[in-house]
Design a protein around this ligand. Sequence first.
Ligand code: COA
Length: 379
Amino acid sequence: MTAEVHRGLEGIVVTESELSRVDGEAGRLIYRGYPIETLAEETSFEEVLSLLWNGELPDDDGLAALESDLVGARSLDDDVSKLVTRLARVDEIPMAALRTAISALSSTDAGADSFEPTDEAEVLETGRRITAKVPTILAHFHRVRSGEDPIPPRDDLGHAENFLYMLDGAEPDPVSTNTLDTALVLHADHGINASTFSAMVTASTLSDVYSAVTSAIGTLAGPLHGGANQNVMRMLLELDESGMEPADWIREELDAGRRIPGFGHRVYEVKDPRAYILSEMSEELGEATGEPKWHEYSLAIEAAMAEETGIPPNVDFYSATTYYQLGIPLDLYTPIFAMSRVGGWVAHLREQYANNRIMRPRARYVGHEDREFTPLSDR
Ligand code: COA
């Protein structure tokens, strides 16, 4: 009997998870039972980390304990600092620099070579350590490549606020902090997406958390996944430069057979629920900065895509203009996605290690059978 091939693993259910439910028909996303709209409105990224990692929203003490653990783990040790500085000086791609730095973190963890996958506390502790350091790595990298000194993390600022502070040395205004914090909440988990699956595959061999997160970062970087957000902004900048009408631009791109970044999704058949929230934030920022054109381009592109293809926008479409209007450098958009999604990866790793079976699919072999062998001397 010939096995059916599921290209891209479409429709394949590989595990059970209590973390997030992506309802592609209704356009609904929940984390552990809470709708994304409520979490975006009411909770901080740190609360969401606690929800994903520990199963419940934290009370005051629980939240304070997690925040303090994260703050305590923010700094980079000398070797990793030097490595990040070197990567910045050779102008490495930010996602590649992040991947390399996270991989290198294991060398500074005394317990890394005695990793015990069934020790949930150790998995979460390592996950916290990595999560805490991602913003520091990114800000250090960006400062050095911009010819400036890195700014050490501050103990009195939250995750989002401290990242913006480390990027340019000034305390961010509340709107910027809240916008980034909400964006982090929105990106924290999303079922078994490609990067999460990649982390799970690595963990399923009982490899360690650093390796699994390193795999996930490499997977998130691609333009079909996390890399789409920066491509959206590149497209908007090119469109602006061209002076073309957005609808004409989209028609030309589609006629040329190109995919429009920020549109389409394997699971959502309707507009991504996160895109509604990001669209509102993008619009508000446009009004606040007095430059609504970026949001207006986005609305026109969404309308043109609906007309030409019926394909709705995904999370990356409006996150691009949101980050742009916060003044964040374009090539940090995907690393910011990683800064958030690492929370989800860690939560999924915990589930995977707790109930592990090695991931080992098969291919249908379509190559030659029974070939006659010719020795090297006769070929
Ligand atoms: N622009 C134009 N056409 C698109 C498209 C896009 N962004 N996304 C999908 N399509 C079209 C495909 O060309 C295909 O058309 P066809 O059947 O006529 O060939 C159809 O929609 C189905 O696409 P498919 O590639 O089978 O969907 P998928 O589930 O494998 O891919 C994505 C999902 C996300 C990879 C895909 O939509 C995409 O490449 N989007 C752009 C990148 C992006 O925004 N990624 C971030 C995702 S959160």
